[in-house]
Design a protein around this ligand. Structure first.
Ligand SMILES: [Zn+2]
Length: 207
């Protein structure tokens, strides 16, 4: 697997297999984001540590290993792109997000984009697109061509919604919430252990 070095912006991510949609959005917003479908957790930990990438995962067990290894990570609940992205930005101290086509990355492969003139891409886009749009971008890695299509309205709307959400979510509040979550997690762990013992006890009785 090819792993690009972190971008100069300093915040680079590594999203696990469950988070394809979140990874694509992060790339569109310009964040260097590796997406790791079909690789073992040990490899995720290795890349996270070596490339200083923030590991994004919905997997509680993997998150525990990330924390234990001293790697930066964010545990998500996978409830939706908006909630997950808001949580990521808030945890990572990113106060604002916006869409800028020049800084955007290829949603398919994480490559950087370069501007292209309509005549340079006209053979690779539908005729009506070539006639309608003036600005095109090409991925420097996989050569996919992008233009200001209708989906960007949704991306810009998502950016505005996240920005508004971030204003009401200070890092301090989040820190407290995280501590509460950790406490709850400890409680749950305790309950699970007690539950297992009880089940084992029952099984033993039945036998
Ligand atoms: Zn690409």
């Amino acid at each position: 697997m090819q792993a690009a070095r972190s971008s100069s912006s300093g915040t680079a991510f590594l999203a696990d297999a469950m988070l394809g949609s979140v990874a694509r959005k992060l790339r569109i917003f310009g964040f260097d984001t590796l997406y790791t479908a079909h690789i073992p957790d040990s490899e995720i930990l290795k890349i996270g540590a070596e490339l200083d990438r923030i590991v994004l995962t919905c997997d509680r067990e993997l998150f525990k290993r990330v924390v234990k290894a001293g790697i930066r990570g964010v545990l998500l609940n996978g409830s939706g792109d908006y909630e997950d992205l808001l949580h990521i930005f808030s945890k990572c101290g990113i106060a604002s997000v916006n869409f800028d086509a020049v800084k955007s990355r290829c949603s398919a492969c994480n490559g950087s984009l370069i501007e292209k003139k309509p005549f340079e891409v006209k053979d690779r886009v539908p005729d009506n697109v070539a006639m309608q749009y003036k600005e095109f971008f090409e991925c420097t890695k996989c050569s996919k061509v992008y233009w200001e299509g209708g989906h960007l309205k949704r991306i810009r709307a998502l950016a505005r919604k996240i920005d508004a959400g971030l204003k009401y979510k200070t890092p301090e509040e989040d820190k407290e919430k995280n501590e509460r979550e950790m406490d709850k997690e400890k409680e749950r762990e305790g309950e699970k252990k007690r539950g297992r013992k009880a089940t084992m006890g029952k099984g033993a009785l039945a036998a």
